[in-house]
Design a protein around this ligand. Structure first.
Ligand SMILES: Cc1cc2nc3c(=O)[nH]c(=O)nc-3n(C[C@H](O)[C@H](O)[C@H](O)COP(=O)(O)OP(=O)(O)OC[C@H]3O[C@@H](n4cnc5c(N)ncnc54)[C@H](O)[C@@H]3O)c2cc1C
Length: 506
């Protein structure tokens, strides 16, 4: 059988700092084998099965980004099927050597084991985290609190240099087009062919009920996002040059500043936060590259996280990138965290409200009809654009779980279906944080929507923008909250088994 070296692309649509791509191409040159980058559009993505959420924003993004990535190679195969099984079948026609970047999900490792058991030679490269997955405390334990984790990994995070950018070079020989044409389940390398491979269903299964999002929120219109590595890098470079990163600490929480001059056709290019979450979620850039760009821009290594001589904005930004590492580290070691509370004392002990009440509140929350203007504005921002500011994510998560007594897993599922920057680790971690059941638990925070609006949207610009009358939503939100905050707070404390002093209001 002819040998073939495969770069199995998954969530790493970039040429810069792509360990699996570099390793695969070097191997192919060294061993004089044919080379082929391959992406498997997995059945779980295309089926529209609510158990494996791959919502419309993700479908749209992949259909735009994948062809641009693929067209940078002389040959690139896009196929449909089940990742490991597809490669096992291909291994019957070619003697495969597969290179792939690692991931933090248990399903990924199951696929790798399946490949190995079937005799496929596969090498997994470290990419998903920029710090070692095996990071432990002095006592040899996994970290459960962010600050000591950050202290431990800081030096490694800031000094982890990106690998060189891939170039095809003349010695690399791609698999011939006529051979690729024989592959089963090939998909044309164009946006509409990829988009049409997906089911159009937008379903959400919550407990025993399946909700049809088409009946609850408008069809999401995703505009204003970068869809390739070069544009994502340009956005970050412009963000640095604009001074917004330098001012990140001061401005990152302001909802009113984030919408100032915001243009929906350029959503990713405006606002006071970087809008890098989509690029990181799909691997258009690596956090190592962002780190290096910051070091070059500020001409500073940032080796001291407490230094007062360097940009405070940059230090805070690096901390946020390390939060992302922290959640990935947690999910890698605790694959159950998408379903189970990190803190043992809350596993199965919180009495969420009954199903009927929970459904009514959940639907009001999804539709932006809770009567808390800041929550309704945020939910409309999400439903219309597929993105929501971090401050708003924290507010809506706290209100759903604490004030409405709805299980955090429901909120997590909805976000999985509608976020454009879905990252399962950050999403699950964010929801557990919002419900105060996750890692880094203390104190139990009960957000007061009115106070949050006063602190982060004093002028009301954010609320006015998303509750505007020409919104695709009708303005049916009740004028008073569906549950008054004081009462909701008292009920939340009971639910968490706490006295009046057991939680702090934010
Ligand atoms: C309930 C909830 C759900 C979330 N779901 C996701 C998700 O699915 N995908 C996702 O990428 N982020 C998620 N986050 C984290 C955060 O809200 C987004 O990363 C951020 O809003 C993205 O905007 P930005 O790129 O402009 O962020 P910036 O403020 O510019 O931050 C830079 C980068 O740091 C990382 N980061 C910032 N804040 C956090 C955080 N709190 N946790 C983890 N990483 C962070 C992100 O990679 C982000 O792109 C969630 C937070 C909450 C509270």
């Amino acid at each position: 059988m002819p040998p073939l070296t495969i770069y199995w692309s998954r969530r790493d649509f970039r040429l810069a700092d792509n360990p699996a791509l570099l390793a695969a191409s070097s191997y192919a040159v060294e061993h004089k084998t044919a080379f082929l980058p391959l992406f498997v559009l997995e059945d779980y993505m295309t089926a529209g099965d609510p158990a494996f959420q791959f919502g419309y924003p993700s479908r749209w993004f992949i259909s735009e980004a994948l062809p641009q990535f693929a067209s940078q190679f002389e040959q690139f195969a896009i196929v449909q099927g089940k990742g490991a099984q597809y490669l096992i079948d291909l291994n019957k026609k070619f003697k495969l050597t597969v290179f792939v970047n690692d991931d933090v999900y248990i399903d990924f490792y199951k696929q790798i084991t399946k490949l190995q058991n079937a005799g496929v030679t596969v090498t997994v490269l470290e990419d998903a985290l920029s710090v070692p997955k095996e990071t432990r405390s002095g006592e040899g334990n996994l970290y459960s609190v962010f600050t000591p984790f950050k202290k431990n990994v800081w030096a490694r995070f800031i000094s982890h240099k990106p690998q060189p950018t891939f170039t095809s070079g003349t010695e690399l020989t791609y698999l011939a087009e006529k051979e690729i044409a024989q592959f089963s389940h090939l998909i044309a390398n164009d946006s509409s062919a990829i988009l049409s491979a997906f089911s159009k269903k937008r379903l959400l299964t919550i407990g025993d009920t399946t909700l049809d999002l088409d009946e609850l929120i408008p069809e999401q219109k995703i505009t204003g996002w970068y869809t390739c590595e070069a544009d994502a890098l340009k956005r970050f470079s412009d963000y640095l040059k604009s001074g917004d990163l330098d001012a990140y600490k001061k401005n990152r929480d302001s909802l009113e500043l984030d919408v100032a001059n915001q243009d929906e056709t350029r959503i990713a290019y405006t606002g006071k936060t970087s809008k890098m979450s989509l690029a990181l979620a799909w691997g258009l850039v690596s956090s190592r590259t962002l780190m290096q760009m910051m070091q070059t821009h500020f001409d500073e290594s940032f080796d001291n996280p407490f230094s007062t001589r360097v940009s405070e904005g940059a230090l805070t930004y690096i901390s946020e990138l390390i939060w992302r590492e922290f959640y990935r580290y947690q999910l890698f070691h605790r694959p159950d965290l998408m379903d189970t509370e990190f803190q043992k004392k809350f596993q199965g002990t919180i009495q969420w409200v009954g199903t009927k009440t929970a459904h009514a509140r959940f639907i009001a929350w999804i539709k932006g009809e809770t009567g808390y203007p800041i929550v309704d504005a945020a939910m409309k921002q999400l439903a219309e654009t597929g993105w929501m500011h971090n401050r708003s994510r924290m507010i809506v998560a706290s209100i759903l779980t604490k004030n409405f007594g709805v299980d955090w897993r429901w909120g997590q599922e909805y976000f999985r279906a509608v976020l454009i920057d879905l990252d399962e680790a950050s999403n699950s971690g964010g929801w557990q944080w919002g419900a105060s059941v996750g890692a880094d638990p203390k104190p139990i925070r009960i957000f007061n929507a009115e106070l949050q609006a006063k602190n982060y949207d004093a002028s009301g610009a954010y609320q006015n923008k998303w509750l505007r009358s020409d919104s695709t939503f009708s303005l049916t939100a009740p004028s008073v909250p569906i549950i008054e905050h004081k009462l909701a707070r008292a009920e939340a404390l009971k639910r968490y088994g706490l006295g009046d002093e057991g939680a702090r209001d934010y």
